[in-house]
Design a protein around this ligand. Structure first.
Ligand SMILES: [Mg+2]
Length: 232
């Protein structure tokens, strides 16, 4: 997997979010992560668990990422955060190879489309997740939030989407597909002009105002909406 696209390649790009998108929300990795983030806030900002939780939620709402608030207001090193949160997640106990997902990704016609990962996690976490799911060989690259580079660039910022287009060498903004479980990420990608799919799993409330043109309850439905990028 590389982080740079090759030039002279006119294939559209299909961007896949990773967390709660390539595996189900029901895996509860999000909850495990919330616990580790709250622990990090308590330890490094010397807060009570209640205050840690409140500040964490505030940063999440304001910036889309807790780490963004931590670097802006507390001079926390994002790599230290990554080490104590993302890298500390017990992913090996939770994730396992997913043959059905693998089959779906293999059904993409890579002469017509370039599958690419687009995540707000750091590269370690991104690679670990796709490896555990048994699909790491099916993406041509990954655009991640570079915790080593301040200020952080992450979804739903247009800078992040522009970075993804550049790294994946997308021929144009109009030739990008995108699937993500986050309402905001989808809303801003759709505003950019990407063919955007909001993944809302069964049991999760469907938003009153759609985030984007497409809404699916499973990645399998991508075959229905975009037959042009799948093998006949
Ligand atoms: Mg996600």
């Amino acid at each position: 997997m590389t982080t740079n696209g090759t030039s002279g390649d006119s294939r559209p790009v299909f961007f896949f979010d990773i967390d709660n998108c390539l595996y189900s929300k029901k895996c509860n990795i999000h909850d495990e992560m919330q616990k580790l983030i709250n622990k990090f806030f308590c330890k490094h900002l010397d807060l009570t668990p209640e205050d840690a939780h409140m500040l964490h939620q505030k940063y999440y709402k304001e910036y889309g990422l807790a780490i963004e608030g931590l670097t802006r207001h507390h001079k926390i090193d994002p790599l230290e955060f990554n080490y104590e949160v993302d890298d500390a997640l017990p992913l090996e106990r939770i994730l396992e190879p997913n043959p059905k997902l693998r089959e779906l990704l293999q059904a993409l016609d890579t002469s017509k489309v370039k599958p690419w990962l687009l995540t707000n996690a750091y590269v370690n976490h991104a690679k670990k997740v796709v490896k555990l799911l048994g699909i790491e060989d099916l993406f041509e690259g990954v655009t991640f939030c570079d915790y080593a580079q301040l200020p952080l660039v992450c979804k739903p910022s247009q800078d992040m989407y522009a970075k993804a287009e550049k790294e994946a060498a997308a021929p144009s903004t109009e030739s990008c597909y995108f699937v993500d479980d986050s309402y905001l990420n989808c809303k801003h990608a759709a505003a950019r002009g990407w063919a955007t799919v909001h993944l809302v799993e069964p049991g999760v409330e469907i938003p009153r105002i759609p985030a984007s043109k497409y809404l699916v309850s499973s990645l399998e439905e991508l075959r229905v909406h975009f037959p042009e990028v799948f093998k006949a």
